[in-house]
Ligand binder design. Structure first.
Ligand SMILES: CCCCCCCCCC/C=C\C/C=C/C(=O)SCCNC(=O)CCNC(=O)[C@H](O)C(C)(C)COP(=O)(O)OP(=O)(O)OC[C@H]1O[C@@H](n2cnc3c(N)ncnc32)[C@H](O)[C@@H]1OP(=O)(O)O
Ligand SMILES: Cc1cc2nc3c(=O)[nH]c(=O)nc-3n(C[C@H](O)[C@H](O)[C@H](O)COP(=O)(O)OP(=O)(O)OC[C@H]3O[C@@H](n4cnc5c(N)ncnc54)[C@H](O)[C@@H]3O)c2cc1C
Length: 661
């Protein structure tokens, strides 16, 4: 990239960077070798001509766009397969996926959830049967859980799987419209198999929801099998190429062994054998929630790279009347909008790495029959997924707005990035619903703290606070982290007390919970923020890097802490010993941090190492040829391929002539 002829502003920005950009790239990737491998893989993918679109896909019809996405998905699959064989390297398909599809792959659910569910929910025999076929694409699948009538409340799902011991089969039925599966990616026209989450019935008795692997289309003709009604749900706000679909069954029979039986089992005679914990059926969702935190880091880095590079190139208005128009990046308000995006991407990455480790540890425990840490993992994954996805959506939108009118252009790619980022707030558990799951855990933890019990590490601050809620405020990163814990503890206590108040007024527990649920949701958000702050600051101070880089990483981590303290200063005034003077000091600190980060802004986004082919942005390319690219892309519009459009003769001219009469 270094040899590309760049916009002079970007050249100047890069020259003043105080740290080694390559060092940060390697740190993010996990080592110099990992960067080399990543770059070699990406070079290979983006040199495949067939993966490059001649016409921007936004000009294609819905159908053509889908077909083009499937075409590219199959080529990408082949190239990856060959690459993996040749180099024994497991690539990150999600990252290059943004480049190849701009939006998302019609195979996203195959890779992200179908294969993962076979691994997580299948017995060794079932894995041996389906995993090789799924991994080498002999079968293509999705994860079909959500229905028209129910998404959040999965115990309310209506799709039925009724066991027939005579034939040793399950009979699938969707008797009502609301029971139709609705949303699964790839279901529309791509997949031939699904994980169907359905209510199990044996001898008229319900045994809760279970996962079943179901073939829905013929492998040769791709026609829906008899008894299957399947189709696509139509255009959405984003995810246009994900091929989301609907599905219903009528007396559709599948063999008994198609129920994934790692947890619960149905024996030949119809005996139901309970698993260790029925919530393990929800395991794929926990895994994906963890992954989404990582995805939030990537999505935020895409938007930050585009907006920061554009802000370095764009000149508008003046700070001093007699001086030239400034780079918009010099406006402190612009820095306020953008630097939190850079900082958030690092925070999400560090927290993702921490959460993934917890996830893997819990999976190891579960394999040995130990489930003590599962509730803590579930609660942590829920609130982090909810808060990170919401933050990522807000940050991406702020980056888009920070690009003014050009941020509204599809060719900036910011609208698309916003489309797939904001979807993460809803899928894999709607944000409020997940925050309230964490709140259940926090309320239990609070009760345990009141009873003097030892709490799990992520909530032990509740006991500390109970012992001493009068800690002197300190304007240091550690002091701020403590402050966030105080806010969270104060909010948990307030929400708990509110529940108790309603119960004393004669409400039953469930109604009291609902009445207190805004407070519960906010407590859960505060808990999540305290984890984000504690973990990210802890990761940064443990990072081994050169002094120059470490200084910049600490500035970013502090910026995150100070930004969120100021954003939620009302909470701090209520729940901690912060004073108005402390807030004034933090405001000053925040301004100092913006100024300190300013010279490194372009270097920092360069260190995300996102190739132009992944960014897909007229505003964010490495060379900063913003206006040239905007014009080049505009000229690709089909309306610019003719000097006079037919509508002139058909409609405009007659209109003007009528007006003359
Ligand atoms: C960098 C890598 C990137 C990778 C990215 C991944 C790529 C894939 C991305 C794909 C893109 C889009 C795909 C989208 C797919 C989907 O959306 S699939 C559908 C997802 N649906 C949901 O998430 C539904 C949300 N609802 C629920 O999860 C549950 O219904 C809910 C938890 C809200 C409630 O369940 P109930 O059974 O009603 O439980 P409840 O009574 O409230 O609680 C009982 C008890 O159980 C505990 N519990 C609940 N869930 C779990 C769990 N998963 N694990 C452990 N324990 C769980 C809960 O805490 C309660 O405990 P308590 O002790 O009684 O309090
Ligand atoms: C882009 C995208 C891709 C998707 N892909 C898939 C897929 O591949 N497979 C799949 O199975 N599903 C998929 N989904 C579905 C997704 O998982 C659900 O939409 C999601 O879980 C939310 O459920 P819902 O739509 O029923 O929302 P609802 O639950 O109806 O939410 C509506 C409102 O009700 C509120 N609400 C609901 N319950 C409660 C409660 N208990 N307490 C307080 N408030 C509540 C919510 O907070 C929200 O404000 C996808 C969705 C999207 C947007």
């Amino acid at each position: 990239m270094a040899n590309v002829k760049c916009n002079p502003d970007l050249v100047r920005e890069r020259a003043k960077c105080s740290f080694d950009v390559n060092e940060l790239i390697h740190l993010i990737d996990g080592g110099e070798n990992a960067t080399k491998e990543k770059r070699h893989f990406e070079e290979t993918i983006f040199s495949v001509k067939e993966l490059q679109d001649a016409v921007p896909e936004e000009y294609l019809s819905h159908k053509d766009r889908y077909e083009n996405a499937v075409r590219k998905a199959t080529i990408l699959r082949d190239v990856c397969r060959e690459y993996m064989k040749k180099y024994n390297y497991k690539p990150n398909r999600f990252r290059v996926g943004h480049g190849v599809f701009k939006d998302v792959s019609p195979f996203l659910l195959h890779d992200g959830m179908f294969v993962a569910t076979i691994i997580g929910q299948g017995t060794p025999e079932q894995q041996a049967e389906w995993l090789p076929k799924a991994e080498n694409m002999q079968i293509i699948g999705t994860y079909a859980q959500t229905e028209l009538g129910h998404g959040s409340f999965i115990r309310g799902l209506e799709t039925r799987a009724t066991y027939d011991p005579k034939t040793e089969e399950f009979i699938l039925n969707n008797a009502t419209l609301s029971s139709f599966k609705w949303w699964p990616g790839g279901l529309g026209s791509t997949v031939n198999h699904c994980i169907v989450v359905a209510q199990l019935f044996i001898n008229g008795k319900s045994y809760g929801i279970q996962p079943f692997i179901v073939q829905i289309r013929d492998l040769n003709t791709h026609k829906p099998l008899p008894g299957v009604k399947v189709g696509e749900i139509g255009p959405k706000m984003g995810f246009q190429t994900a091929n989301n679909g609907f599905l219903g069954f009528e007396n559709f029979r599948i063999p008994r062994m198609n129920m994934l039986m790692k947890n619960a089992q149905v024996l030949k005679d119809g005996t139901f054998v309970k698993g260790m914990n029925e919530k393990l059926t929800y395991g794929t969702m926990v895994m994906v929630r963890v992954g989404i935190v990582g995805d939030c880091s990537l999505n935020t880095s895409l938007a930050a790279t585009i907006a920061v590079r554009y802000s370095a190139v764009r000149h508008q208005s003046k700070i001093k009347a007699k001086e030239p128009e400034v780079q918009i990046l010099d406006y402190v308000t612009q820095q306020h909008k953008l630097f939190i995006a850079i900082a958030s991407s690092h925070v999400f990455r560090n927290v993702y790495s921490w959460l993934s480790k917890s996830y893997l540890n819990v999976m190891k425990d579960l394999a040995q029959g130990k489930q003590d840490h599962l509730p803590e993992l579930h609660a942590t994954a829920c609130c982090l997924k909810a808060v990170c996805s919401r933050d990522a959506g807000s940050v991406v939108e702020e980056c888009r707005l920070a690009c003014g009118g050009h941020g509204y252009m599809t060719s900036s790619n910011l609208p698309l990035v916003y489309g797939f980022t904001i979807a993460t707030v809803t899928y894999e558990g709607e944000q409020t619903v997940l925050l309230l799951q964490t709140a259940r855990y926090l309320v239990k933890a609070w009760l345990a703290a009141l009873q003097g019990k030892v709490l799990a590490p992520s909530v032990s601050y509740l006991s500390d606070w109970l012992k001493n809620d009068n800690v002197r405020w300190q304007n240091t990163p550690e002091g701020i982290v403590k402050g966030f814990q105080h806010v969270a503890a104060g909010k948990v206590k307030a929400a708990y007390d509110t529940i108790q108040k309603y119960i004393k007024l004669g409400k039953d527990y469930e109604d009291a919970w609902n009445l207190a649920s805004v407070q519960l949701m906010k407590a859960s958000e505060a808990h999540s923020r305290s984890i984000l702050c504690e973990v990210s600051w802890g990761e940064v101070i443990r990072t081994s890097a050169s002094p120059n880089l470490l200084q910049v990483l600490k500035q970013l981590a502090q910026l995150y802490l100070v930004y969120w303290t100021l954003e939620t200063s009302g909470d701090f005034l209520v729940y901690s010993n912060i004073s108005k003077d402390d807030i004034a000091i933090l405001r000053e600190k925040y301004e100092e941090l913006l100024a300190a980060i300013r010279p490194n802004a372009v270097g920092l986004v360069d260190a995300f190492d996102l190739r132009d082919e992944i960014l897909h942005s007229t505003l964010g390319s490495y060379d900063g040829r913003v206006y040239e690219r905007l014009m080049e892309e505009a000229l690709k519009s089909p309306l610019n391929q003719e000097s006079v459009n037919a509508s002139f003769h058909k409609y405009l001219k007659p209109l003007m002539e009528k007006a003359k009469l």
